[in-house]
Structures are given as structure tokens and as C-alpha cells.
Design a protein around this ligand. Structure first.
Ligand code: ZN
Length: 194
């Protein structure tokens, strides 16, 4: 995998709670039937801290969250990333839009449709994700651009910028009540429900 996306423990719980809800705590890891080869035995292992998985049965391989999403949804990296972001509550169209639609057209045909600012616990800006689209209908393509807040402006590339979940202050308050892996509850939180 070429991605360097990292996910917080809370995001890892949200993702697997949604995608592989049959996982159960087993020592320091989560185990359950493999969702890729659709096994019956608990040969599928997940590291709660990193989200990395491994199937000890038929698949005999593992990877990170993006790799798993690409397997489960049979999509390429960019679409899988969008799906994972949606599941863990990072930017999507339906909520948390910050900055609004700009509709600005570019010479290359890409238009910026949304901007999402990620903040630390204290509400200070760390980085942002800008979503751009090109085309319409079935031919519509989308891309996400990341930049970090540095020196009073947005600089391309995150470098060693701390990665945090979207709406971290709010998410922290909600997830602090989760003391163990509780898929159903994590999903409700990700959907903004009590
Ligand atoms: Zn498997």
C-alpha cells in the first residue's frame, strides 16, 4: 500500500464496528470470521491501535484499513478512501461542511466543492482537506487535497502534521465513554446520535 493515512483508535473502532461487526475482543486484539473469504472461524485478526488486519486462514495476508476497504468494496484507492472517511466521520457531503461550497472553477476543469478543517483538542487548526470534483453524473470524478496550517496559511502536504479525526473535540467527548469495543455504540456516535 502506498497510503500513509493513519487512523485514531476511535476511528479504527468506528470502521470495524461498521464493516466487520462480528469482531470480538480477544486479549489485546480483535478477532472474528474473515470478511474477505467469508470464513466461519475466527481467523481474522485486527490490531485496535493501528487498524491493521491479518487473515490467518485462506487469505494468508493482511494490510491496513484502506487495503481492507479496497477488498471489501472492490474499489480503487481513492474511492475506498472516500468510503472509509464516510464511515469514520471524516468529510462527506452530508454533514460538518465548513467553508461551504465555493463552486470555483479551475482551468483544469476541477472545481472545489468542499473544505474540511481538522482541529486539535483545543480547537486550533491542524490541517484541512479540500474536495474537488470534475465532470457530472456517471463521469464525475473526485479528489481530496490535503494541506497543513503553517505560518498563518495553508501549505500543501501534511508532512509530520499530527493526524486527528474530523471534529476531534466533539468526538473525544463522545468516545471517552467507550471503555471497550462496542460496535453498535460507536456507529451511533459516528452518525451523530446519542
Ligand atoms: Zn481470509
Amino acid at each position: 500500500m502506498s497510503d500513509n493515512l493513519s487512523f485514531s483508535r476511535g476511528e479504527v473502532a468506528l470502521y470495524y464496528g461498521s464493516r466487520v461487526p462480528a469482531l470480538k475482543q480477544s486479549g489485546a486484539e480483535w478477532r472474528g470470521p474473515c470478511p474477505i473469504h467469508k470464513g466461519d472461524d475466527k481467523n481474522f485478526k485486527v490490531e485496535p491501535d493501528s487498524g491493521r488486519w491479518y487473515c490467518h486462514s485462506q487469505c494468508g495476508r493482511g494490510g491496513d484499513i484502506l487495503a481492507l476497504e479496497m477488498e471489501l468494496s472492490s474499489t480503487a484507492f481513492q474511492d475506498a478512501k472516500g468510503a472509509v472517511y464516510g464511515i469514520v466521520g471524516r468529510p462527506d457531503d452530508s454533514r460538518g461542511l465548513r467553508g461551504g461550497k465555493t463552486g470555483r472553477g479551475g482551468g483544469d476543469g476541477w472545481r472545489q466543492v468542499a473544505e474540511y478543517v481538522y482541529q486539535d483538542e483545543g480547537g486550533s487548526s491542524l490541517f484541512r482537506v479540500v474536495r474537488k470534483e470534475r465532470g457530472d453524473g456517471a463521469s464525475r470524478k473526485k479528489l481530496f487535497f490535503q494541506s497543513r496550517w503553517h505560518g498563518g496559511g495553508w501549505q500543501l502536504k501534511l508532512l509530520d502534521t499530527r493526524r486527528v479525526p474530523y471534529r476531534l473535540p466533539k468526538l473525544l467527548a463522545r468516545l471517552s465513554q467507550l471503555s471497550r469495543f462496542e460496535p453498535a455504540k460507536a456507529i451511533r456516535i459516528s452518525q451523530g446520535m446519542p
